[in-house]
Design a protein around this ligand. Sequence first.
Ligand code: FE
Ligand code: FE
Length: 197
Amino acid sequence: MAKYDLVKMQKKLVKYLDEDRFQHTMGVMYSAACLAMAHGYDIQDAQAAGLLHDCAKCIPNKKKIRLCEQHNIAITEFEKTHPFLIHAKLGAYIAEKKYNITDREILNAITWHTTGRPGMSMLEKIIYIADYIEPMRDKAPNLSRIRPLAFVDLDECMYEILRDTLDYLEENPKEIDETTREAFEYFDELHRNRQQK
Ligand code: FE
Ligand code: FE
């Protein structure tokens, strides 16, 4: 039996997301499924995580902060001034409470999909990457190289995406979340170790 009723989740999500975000969400769900196939991860878990990763995205920023306060979800000063980041951890909370997700792997993949982090799990990498490469994305540089790489090597792909992301954010250093930089340093080290071999 199917572990998750993905269609039921979609019907609920469509009420909470605008049209573009819903289409993006579907793209992430299918991209995550394909990455799970390529790397031997549970396909349904990857789809559920992909579907729910942005479930809190369309909540107005003030309400995001209020909901976190109400439910004792800790937010940093940086998140308070950059409230779009909050949709990740708030999304994990909503996935648990409103979509009955109990799988920690899935909840963590939602929590870390915006910044990444050092030592990411396979599902965390799959969702982070699926979010970046799904078919509707067209703005990021190097997508034509990054997309095929995602199906070959998740760590190397994380390295490339984080490097491009930091390059982009570097234009405005105040806008960089520390966690993103720590994530980059982690994958940069994996990358260097690999070069030495
Ligand atoms: Fe997001
Ligand atoms: Fe997203």
